[in-house]
Design a binder for this molecule. Structure first.
Ligand code: 6PG
Length: 472
């Protein structure tokens, strides 16, 4: 008879699931992994650090039997119907008080339904964002759990142990309770929206460097490396610098030049945009990033249009150093504006969807392990610690002073891109958002007039309270 001696069970031994489980084992937990794929289950142990307790099994029942109570199981399976299948298979094997975690990128609406479904069965369901990719899963991801507080208390020690740590020697863990209901998955979704937006901005800066300034990959490697050593230090800037150096094994060319310019996506960016519009809260740079990935996929049309319109990219040959500095400042300002949009969305969603998301903890646990980690998050952490109800990080004085100094550069970059025919929709949307956000008056009075003109939609006045309509 097997004894229930294992601390944690992982369902789905793809690289993410396997690595996170091995990370737990490295921290002294006894772990068991289940995958229907025999090869994945049997090879699990061979990846483990010697001396750790790791076991692979091929049936869910075998795994559940060996877990200590309350059982802690986590799924790392593709978002969608598979999550429900696993829940339905696991449910008859579980008991009151057990905890199932969904660590994938599920849509928060699905998570809410699952919480409700399992609540009736007295099983805790935790929607949890995990960021950091395969490497992060093994060495320390940023972890965003939400939902049931009792379940969070049970999980806290193990999650703190395996999460990324920042600020040695304090080693602050990059995991915290993200709020009620599906807050964990909601926060991860917005994390990904910001991820999409920053990646779009970096790609636009790359485009200027490559097609207009004519820089080589080696030069771009050096520039991004230098940028990563300064105030714009971030994981995405760091890996961008590394990417420019990677050789293609097939051809010996630099790999980045061999990669087709069509970007895939799995949905979290799109959901961020859709859900932002539902709130509503503006996240135009995230919307643009999603659209630009979509546009990239229309390669055949783009090829035809290129031959029809024959765009001539204007080469910039003078003052390259100055323009590179200008690009740095543009990217820095626009990146802050992306965070501002995403964080403003979380601020609104927190109350609107009754999640009580602690923004000071969100930015704190994004400082390490996750894809959008950057030195800026230290500043945002200070800002939200001081004022947890900050509705937009652009209203924080220190952040404002960083942006203020760089908007002139961002403006020049947009001008440069427009005249050089380099598409810069992300950078431009960041600047327009900023200009609109800082504008005491907007031309929306005219839109209100038009709405009232053709549809009697009414308007408010600047000089007195009330709702008005005019026979135009
Ligand atoms: C992370 C990542 C990851 C994410 C993909 C996004 O935080 O580790 O955000 O979870 O799902 O990188 O994938 P797509 O670009 O394919 O949508």
């Amino acid at each position: 008879m097997e004894t229930a001696s294992f601390d944690f069970g992982m369902i789905g031994l793809g690289v993410m699931g396997r690595n996170l489980l091995l990370n737990m084992a490295d921290h002294g937990y006894h772990v068991v992994g289940f995958d229907k794929d025999q090869a994945k289950a049997t090879s699990l142990e061979s990846f483990a650090t010697p001396g750790t307790t790791v076991k692979g099994v091929t049936t869910l029942a075998e795994m559940v039997r060996q877990l200590k109570r309350p059982r802690k199981l986590m799924m790392l399976v593709p978002a969608g119907p598979i999550v429900d299948q696993v829940i339905n298979e696991a449910l008859p094997l579980l008991e009151e008080g057990d905890i199932i975690i969904d660590g994938g990128n599920s849509h928060y609406v699905d998570t809410l339904k699952r919480i409700k479904f399992l609540e009736d069965k007295k099983v805790h369901f935790v929607g949890m964002g995990v960021s950091g990719g395969e490497h992060g899963a093994r060495t320390g991801p940023s972890i965003m759990p939400g939902g049931d507080v009792a379940a969070w208390r049970e999980l806290k020690p193990i999650l703190e142990a395996v999460s990324a740590k920042v600020n040695p020697p304090q080693n602050e863990p990059c995991v915290a309770y993200m709020g009620k209901g599906a807050a964990g998955h909601y926060v991860k979704m917005v994390h990904n929206g910001i991820e999409y937006a920053i990646m779009q901005l970096i790609s636009e800066v790359y485009d200027v460097m490559k097609r207009s300034l004519g820089l080589t990959n080696d030069e771009m490697h050096e520039i991004f490396k230098k940028w990563n050593e300064g105030e714009m230090s971030s994981f995405l800037v760091e890996i961008t610098s590394e990417i420019f150096r990677k050789k293609d094994e097939l051809t010996g060319n630099l790999l980045v030049d061999m990669i087709l310019d069509k970007a895939g996506s799995k949905g979290t960016g799109k959901w961020t945009s859709q859900d932002a519009m539902d709130l509503p809260v503006p996240v135009p740079t995230i919307d643009t990033a999603v659209s630009m990935r979509d546009l990239s996929v229309y390669k055949d049309d783009r090829v035809k249009a290129a031959s029809l319109y024959k765009p001539k990219i204007k080469a910039i040959t003078k003052n390259k150093e100055r323009i590179i500095d200008q690009l740095h400042d543009s990217l820095f300002a626009a990146t802050i504006i992306c965070y501002a949009q995403g964080l403003a969305m979380l601020h609104k969603a927190s109350s609107e969807l009754n999640m009580d998301i602690p923004l000071k903890d969100v930015v704190r646990i994004w400082r390490g392990g996750c894809i959008i980690r950057s030195s800026l998050l230290e500043l945002f952490t200070t800002a939200f610690r001081r004022d947890s109800s900050l509705s937009n990080i652009l209203l924080h004085r220190k952040t404002a002073s960083l942006v203020k100094k760089r908007t002139a550069a961002l403006r020049r970059t947009i001008q440069l891109c427009a005249s050089a025919r380099i598409p810069a929709a992300g950078l431009a949307s960041a600047l327009s958002y900023f200009d609109a956000f800082c504008s005491e008056t907007l031309p929306t009075n005219l839109i209100q007039a038009q709405r009232d003109y053709f549809g009697a939609h009414t308007y408010q006045r600047t000089d007195k309270e009330g709702i008005f309509h005019t026979e135009w």
